[in-house]
Design a protein around this ligand. Structure first.
Ligand code: NAP
Length: 278
């Protein structure tokens, strides 16, 4: 299949490229050759490249930065997604839109299902939810909500913890946000299976299990055998510009019924850390 990947220089796209290139022909687009906010540029790109399938990862992904850049976040995450989804619809081809656990707010204390109503707490979450609505205008859509991504080719929490462990005597990590850390390579494998099902819908897809950022940090240091004091703190103490949900665990029950299930976050983390030399 001829698959167009938007945001192809990004972190998830890196894993998608490695995973999908074995069985598919890939067309790569990032802001330098297809700015998704430019309607004509997008439609011209589609006409020329003639993709048979689109995986749309391009996004404004700076969660804190979005708080002061609302119009840019919406321009990229909502309007850009409209351009991509409509260009795909015109060609009658499917689109995968990657969304986020941050579309949910603090409504629940058990894993969110695809039927739960989003309630974003941040501009980023609102703009990604607006993007979901645009993607749904293409009847052939998969909306894949994932969370807390890490992997090669990007800044991520794992690398930050390893760096801070070198620089500081003790680490202070938030312990009142619970979510699902997810390795980009596992997510990419799941997406590769999902797009073969033709079961267009919204899905939650993360590594299984859940943790807080504090537990995640402790596990990173444990696997790497780094002895370092880690203190749990609250989100209030950290005081980031964007509010995050205190609980955004996603239920994978729906995608599990398609026999797609990602390994535990601890196993995934071990695999990723094997690739990192200190
Ligand atoms: N990271 C997470 O924890 C997480 C969690 C859940 C869902 N997601 C979603 O997963 C997807 C991939 O995330 P990621 O972390 O891999 O993102 P990323 O590394 O930030 O990659 C996004 C890519 O999109 C590009 N882009 C930005 N504006 C664009 C535009 N106007 N036109 C074309 N391309 C543009 C970026 O280019 P520049 O770098 O030059 O701006 C970047 O290469 C996103 O949709 C994100 O919302 C991420």
């Amino acid at each position: 299949m001829k698959i167009l990947i938007t945001g192809s220089n990004g972190m998830l796209a890196y894993a998608l490229k490695k995973t999908l290139k074995k069985e598919n022909r890939l067309i790569l687009a990032d802001i330098d050759n297809m700015d998704i906010t430019k309607t004509k540029e997008v439609s011209n790109f589609f006409t020329k490249a003639k993709p048979e399938f689109v995986i749309h990862t391009a996004a404004y992904t700076d969660v804190d930065g979005a708080q002061n850049n609302k119009s840019l976040a919406f321009k990229i995450n909502r309007d850009g997604t409209r351009n991509v989804a409509m260009a795909a619809k015109k060609m009658d081809i499917p689109v995968v839109y990657i969304s986020t656990d941050y579309v949910f707010g603090d409504n629940k204390r058990k894993p969110y299902t695809e039927n739960d109503r989003p309630n974003p707490l941040s501009i980023y979450g609102l703009s990604k939810y607006a993007g979901e609505k645009e993607a749904r205008k293409n009847p052939k859509h998969y909306i894949v909500r994932s969370a807390w991504l890490y992997g090669p080719n990007g800044k991520n929490f794992v690398l930050t913890i390893l760096r801070l462990a070198k620089e500081l005597d003790e680490l202070k990590i938030v312990n009142d946000q619970r979510g699902c850390p997810t390795y980009t390579f596992d997510l990419a494998e799941g997406i590769a299976k999902l797009i073969k099902t033709n079961k267009f819908s919204t899905y939650h897809l993360t590594n299984s299990g859940s943790s807080t950022w504090y537990q995640f940090a402790k596990e990173i240091l444990k696997i790497k055998k780094i002895k370092k004091k880690v203190l749990p703190i609250t989100s209030k103490e950290l005081n980031r510009p964007a509010k995050r949900p205190s609980y955004s665990v996603l239920s994978g029950a729906k995608i599990n019924r398609l026999k797609i299930r990602l390994k535990s976050w601890q196993k995934a983390l071990k695999n990723y850390l094997k690739t990192i030399k200190l």
